[in-house]
Unconditional design. Structure first.
Length: 341
């Protein structure tokens, strides 16, 4: 009998799901390893080149208030923002598939082909767009009431975008999946938020400091440089959240905690497997003899101390002399019981 079959066949009074540990540090370590060591070209360089034209276009456009053609400038600004957003969705979907291709693999394993990741990501972009819009609209709507509902929705819907790209077919399923895997993980989610915000704000502070050091450079230029730097580290943050999501999915798998009843059952199963190999053999005592011979004091102590019933298994190599001594120790007590009857 295998342990897997035994765990499903035997009732256990101490069953409860195991909650595997989730590490923010490990998620970001995997993200830096994939982005910087395994695949820096397609993880950092190419995404930056794809989004740079939209960012530079926004930097070159004049302010709407100072323009002679405010309507045209506004339309160009909307087009640049929308183009950057669509490109962000495409790159983000690709990065999620790329991260999944190396999750729980040795360090020498290469990621999936980038063309394949882009092809898979493009198929999920429409649903990803809908999920992003619905989630952000829900957060804005919740903010009008209180801050706590917005925080709650932000926490429970944090992984809806990962779910819609990697596993779920529609937005409702991605929301349900995110609610399911985030239960009881508020501290870990908060850690991910803090680390991500620290990385972004560090670049913002750097850009602000550089604008103070070099005041002759226009402020729009420093804003563009800051946005480019944030864009450069965005794949690392995306990788980290994807690895964190995959770990949550792995931890959400059902598990069984080993309790006393389960340990006893495992001992019986181990004896059965060993008996098939010849290391152990069933006791040769007949049922009638076992019923008529009460246990001695030594056996009673062994029964109370051992999770496996004593006498169920015995060594196959027991010598006849040892068996005779054991039978002689039982005879006085058996005879006394017979006379009493």
């Amino acid at each position: 009998m295998s342990i897997a079959a035994l765990s499903t066949a035997l009732p256990m009074s101490h069953d409860r799901p195991i909650r595997l540990p989730i590490s923010t540090r490990h998620a970001f370590a995997l993200a830096f390893d994939l982005a910087a060591r395994r695949d820096a070209l397609h993880s950092l360089v190419v995404p930056l080149l794809l989004r740079s034209p939209w960012i530079l276009a926004l930097a070159l456009l004049p302010p709407i208030a100072d323009s002679d053609q405010p309507m045209q400038v506004m339309l160009l600004t909307i087009a640049a923002l929308l183009g950057d957003f669509i490109m962000l969705l495409v790159i983000g979907a690709m990065l999620r598939f790329r991260a999944r291709s190396v999750f729980n693999t040795p360090l020498e394993v290469r990621p999936a082909p980038v063309v394949e990741c882009y092809a898979q990501g493009l198929k999920r972009v429409p649903w990803l767009f809908v999920t992003e819009v619905v989630r952000n609209a829900s957060l804005v709507f919740a903010t009008f009431f209180f801050v706590l509902p917005a925080i709650f929705l932000g926490f429970r819907l944090a992984f809806a975008t990962e779910a819609i790209v990697l596993s779920e077919p529609h937005t409702a399923g991605s929301f349900q999946k995110s609610f399911q895997i985030t239960e009881g993980r508020f501290e870990r989610w908060l850690e991910m938020i803090v680390v991500s915000v620290i990385m972004v704000f560090a670049i913002i502070f750097l850009g602000a400091a550089m604008s103070i050091v070099a005041p002759r450079i226009a402020l729009n230029s420093w804003v563009a440089v800051t946005r480019l730097l944030i864009t450069a580290i965005t794949p690392i943050i995306q990788y980290a959240w994807t690895f964190f999501y995959l770990r949550l999915i792995e931890a959400d798998s059902p598990g069984v905690e080993v309790g006393p009843a389960y340990a006893t059952a495992l001992g019986v199963a181990a004896g059965a497997d060993a008996a098939q190999t010849g290391a152990w053999a069933p006791a040769e005592t007949s049922p009638s003899t076992a019923e008529s011979q009460p246990a001695t004091a030594e056996e009673s102590e062994l029964v109370s101390a051992s999770p496996t019933p004593v006498g169920t298994w015995k060594a196959a190599s027991t010598s006849p002399e040892d068996q005779a001594v054991a039978d002689s120790e039982r005879e006085p007590q058996t005879n006394g019981e017979s006379q009493h009857v």
